[in-house]
Design a protein around this ligand. Structure first.
Ligand code: ADP
Ligand code: GLC
Length: 477
């Protein structure tokens, strides 16, 4: 064993998920175990998780946790060593991790400060004979954890902060500084102060020993104002000191492999099951699609460029294409997707909601997956698409640009094209990429070759787990 890491996050598959953060936090422990690092995950014990922790031993008790007591319970879920922070006054509520029936919880700064506070205490002192060498904080929800180590003592524990999405910054009123247990002398723009207030993400960015983000391209983009969203200067300064790097996310191949699907399994060598999966998918949604069958599996938000679909789908359908959208989010975008399905019956279908099992069937049956994001720190669905031979059609940004090799005359003749990459993220470029998709689909030999190249891409965790392991070793050694 090379060392111990306490991973601190608000989501983790299979316990709680709203997006890719959960996939990554859930996959890292096994990926790092293969590299000799023992990782535990600290999560809030949301209402949905409390029953799971029945009978788990208590390994830490924290009094005075913003209006109540916190207890850390240790257990195992699907091979992951999980530490649940049970603090009912903060987490035992109806709703999701960040919001209830009335919207976002007003005390989110305190709720996630509490998670970070306990993380730092565990890191500093260790619990039940287990003391981490590195605290690995994910996104704004854990951003205060490196700050607590920096300002209240680290006990020798080093820290890493990973940015999964800089659009979420954990903003809080400046007046909360003392309540959030942060030192007054650090309230200046070179440290904690952020446009007159506080940001837990900025707090982490200025105090963590190292910063990573989930793709190399996003690491570069973050230093520019159009992507850095106010934090570009902070990141550029840390990068100049050599403290920032991009490590691409991987895919958990034990969950995402066409060979491992119960129904219609297939592989690059033997893709027959894919035809059966496509037929089954068309039957479920009442579709008949002569050209490429595309899918979207996504949060329906502005980030994801979903608003471009109504502008490009009519031509795509006219050219023979079909589309299935699985997603939920912005009510206006949900309505726009339903409207598309109503306009193109037999060609476009929409399922509003979150459905993990259905998402597998979509990737199995699809010829292409569309990811027209305006920004995308990494993105996982384009990698599922590669793995399942659903060629990604992606905007040239963040991890999308790092994982897909766009079809061009040169890449096609070299046999390395794995999808379609367009720039900028607008309807003109997107529509052009869809025309390319239709044309390649019609050329069966070229299509088969590109699909093989896509399915051969190494999208697992190996390379990236080694990169995290090297980062930890550099900090600890
Ligand atoms: P983000 O985290 O920004 O939403 P990612 O591509 O990193 O984007 O991860 C999204 C994850 O959520 C993927 O695992 C994707 O399959 C899943 N997902 C998104 N929407 C749905 C849905 N409606 N049903 C099932 N899975 C979904
Ligand atoms: C964020 C990003 C997404 C990334 C995921 C996991 O949700 O939006 O691009 O894949 O985190 O790192």
């Amino acid at each position: 064993m090379k060392g111990r890491v306490l991973s601190v996050a608000s989501e983790c598959v299979p316990l709680v998920k709203t997006g890719g953060l959960a996939d990554v936090v859930g996959a890292l422990p096994a990926a790092l175990a293969a590299e000799g690092w023992e990782m535990r995950v600290l999560l809030p014990a949301y209402r949905s998780l409390r029953a799971r922790a029945k009978g788990w031993p208590e390994v830490w008790r924290e009094p005075g946790l913003w209006g109540g007591e916190g207890r850390v319970l240790l257990g195992q879920v699907d091979g992951i060593e999980v530490m649940l922070l049970d603090a009912p006054h903060l987490y035992d509520r109806e709703g999701g991790p960040y919001a209830g029936p009335q919207g976002e919880w007003g005390d989110n700064p305190q709720r996630f400060a509490a998670l970070s506070w306990v993380a730092a205490a565990l890191a500093r002192e260790g619990a039940a004979g287990w003391k981490p060498d590195v605290l690995h904080a994910h996104d704004w929800q854990a951003g205060f954890a490196p700050a607590y180590l920096a300002y209240h003592g680290s006990g020798g524990c080093r820290s890493v902060l990973t940015i999964h999405n800089i659009a979420f910054q954990g903003w809080a009123e400046g007046g909360l500084l003392a309540d959030l247990r942060l030192p007054g002398e650090a309230f200046h723009s070179g440290a904690l102060e952020y446009y007159g207030g506080l940001s837990s993400l900025k707090a982490g960015l200025v105090t963590a020993d190292r910063i990573t983000t989930v793709s190399p391209r996003y690491a570069e983009e973050l230093m520019r104002p159009e992507f850095g969203m106010g934090l570009q200067g902070v990141i550029a300064a840390r990068a100049a000191a050599g403290d920032v790097c991009g490590i691409l996310n991987g895919v958990d191949l034990s969950v995402w492999s066409p060979e491992g699907e119960a129904e219609n399994p297939y592989s690059a060598k033997d893709p027959k099951g894919k035809d059966a999966a496509r037929a089954a998918l068309c039957a479920v949604f009442g579709l008949e699609v002569p050209g490429p069958l595309a899918i979207v599996v996504s949060r329906l938000t502005d980030q994801k460029g979903i608003d471009l679909l109504p502008a490009v789908v009519p031509d795509f359908v006219a050219a023979g294409g079909g589309l299935v959208v699985l997603g939920s989010g912005d009510p206006g975008l949900e309505a726009a997707m339903k409207d598309l399905a109503a306009r193109f019956p037999g060609r476009v279908a929409v399922r509003i909601g979150y459905d993990e099992a259905m998402s597998h069937r979509l990737f199995q049956g699809a010829d292409a997956v569309l990811v027209p994001s305006r920004f995308e720190p990494c993105g996982l669905t384009q990698m599922y698409g590669l793995r399942y031979g659903a060629l990604p059609v992606v905007a040239a940004t963040g991890g999308l640009a790092d994982t897909v090799i766009g079809a061009t005359p040169a890449s096609l003749s070299a046999g390395v094209a794995t999808g379609f990459v367009f720039h900028p993220t607008d309807a003109l470029a997107f529509g052009q990429a869809l025309r390319q998709l239709v044309a390649l689909y019609a050329d069966r030999r070229a299509w088969t070759r590109a699909r093989k190249a896509a399915m051969a891409q190494p999208v697992g965790w190996e390379t990236s787990a080694a990169a995290y392991a090297a980062l930890y070793a550099g900090l600890v050694g």
